[in-house]
Design a protein around this ligand. Structure first.
Ligand SMILES: Cc1cc2nc3c(=O)[nH]c(=O)nc-3n(C[C@H](O)[C@H](O)[C@H](O)COP(=O)(O)O)c2cc1C
Length: 393
């Protein structure tokens, strides 16, 4: 293992959590003509979800996309697809991505409470502030300036949390006002969570500030170790600012595109093939559209702001995290990120069903062994974490 210093924010006794991107949009997770044995249809996804929960994955994240764009010609809607996946599984928690500005928070709060009851407390949301201008303008909705989108997002999350935890909830906002409203039933009571978990996706300075004040989980696009340390520091600074409204500081989830092969050379060759077969006009179009995100901010920092052509072939910058190599190399890399404070890995693959199963069989047990060594070296014991079903006897 290399010598990344262990951050005081790293929870060494708590096992890492694993999630995967639900492929509910066509075209897979890379904008490339390379073969992807992944389908966006429901039958494929139902089987995948069952494979994932048996493989030791705790969460699945369903994307929200309304308009054909950059390799994703067709898409299934996130909240309904998530609900169907919850119905098809027993333990998996399914996170539906939603845009403030598309939903009223009260309607979403009610929807998620019902999904939570139908699934025994396994519903969650990922609040995303949007980048695809045309989805808003095409629906006749206002497209707000970058940081203003986060003002709306913050009010949206406040409303969700308020409606999920309080009777007679009221708030007065610029975007959302709620007057003396009680949702009944309330969400399912689940030990360890105050309400359905609120994930939050975004990288910019404004995103970090809002996540720090309001989110249960901060989700990031793929980042290098150094860059993600900066994000963690930014979010924790906001969480410590005295305006924190959720019970505990956010935990940290990081996207990574996994290319696990028997040899390092094979994995690197696969990456080369993905990028070599990139759908160039689609990647260039995407690069242009996402200037609405991080690059549109006053300080020019944020998601996709410094991404190269190669990075954008995986449209959530998943190559930057470097989960590319043998199972041993990937497990070691994952634990390096744990040292800086990452709690969860959000993973994508070329061939989802077979590679999610392989990740559970070959990588999670290696990660658990390394985590146990790391914890022991710091005088703590690793608690039991989710194991692939095959490892539980
Ligand atoms: C993990 C993660 C998942 C995301 N999922 C979606 C999504 O499903 N739909 C979408 O329109 N945007 C999604 N986004 C992008 C956000 O909407 C937003 O454009 C981006 O986070 C802006 O970043 P910024 O704050 O750096 O400008 C996601 C972002 C992250 C980090």
């Amino acid at each position: 293992m290399t010598d990344t210093p262990v951050s005081p924010a790293a929870g060494l006794a708590t096992p890492l959590t694993f999630a995967y991107w639900v492929p509910n949009v066509s075209g897979g997770l890379v904008i490339s003509e390379i073969e992807q044995r992944t389908s966006w249809d429901f039958d494929y996804n139902r089987t995948l979800a069952r494979i994932a929960e048996d493989a030791g994955f705790e969460y699945a994240l369903t994307q929200t996309r309304y308009a054909a764009s950059y390799g994703a010609a067709s898409q299934h809607e996130a909240t309904s697809f998530s609900l169907a996946l919850l119905g098809a599984t027993e333990r998996l928690k399914v996170i539906a991505a939603v845009h403030p500005g598309m939903w009223h928070p009260g309607v979403l709060a009610k929807y998620i409470i019902t999904a939570d009851h139908l699934s025994g407390g396994r519903a969650a949301v990922n609040i995303v502030s949007g980048w695809l201008t045309q989805e808003f303008t095409g629906f006749g909705l206002p497209w707000l300036e970058h940081d203003e989108r986060y003002v709306r997002t913050e009010e949206f999350i406040d409303a969700l949390r308020g409606l999920w935890t309080q009777a007679g909830y009221s708030q007065e906002g610029e975007y959302y006002s709620i007057e003396d409203f009680t949702l009944s039933p309330q969400p399912v009571e689940v030990p360890g969570r105050a309400h359905p978990e609120i994930f939050f996706g975004g990288n910019s300075t404004a995103a970090q500030a809002v996540a720090g004040r309001t989110a249960d989980w901060y989700f990031s696009n793929g980042r290098t170790l150094e860059d993600f340390s900066d994000n963690i520091a930014g979010v924790l600074a906001a969480a410590e600012s005295g305006q924190r409204r959720a019970a505990a500081a956010p935990r940290f989830g990081l996207n990574g595109f996994v290319i696990a092969r028997d040899t390092h050379a094979e994995a690197v060759e696969t990456l080369r093939e993905i990028v070599g077969k990139a759908h160039r006009p689609a990647v260039d179009g995407f690069a242009s559209a996402v200037r609405e995100a991080g690059a549109a901010t006053a300080d020019g920092k944020g998601m996709w702001a410094d991404s190269s052509f190669e990075d954008l072939v995986q449209y959530n910058d998943g190559f930057k995290t470097g989960l590319i190599g043998t199972p041993d190399e990937i497990a070691e890399r994952i634990v390096e990120y744990k040292k800086i404070g990452v709690n969860l890995f959000l993973t994508g693959y070329l061939h989802f069903q077979e590679e999610v199963e392989h990740f559970g069989r070959e990588i999670i047990p290696r990660v658990r062994a390394l985590e146990a060594d790391l914890a022991r070296a710091h005088g703590v014991e690793l608690q039991a974490g989710l194991q692939p079903a095959a490892a539980i006897v």
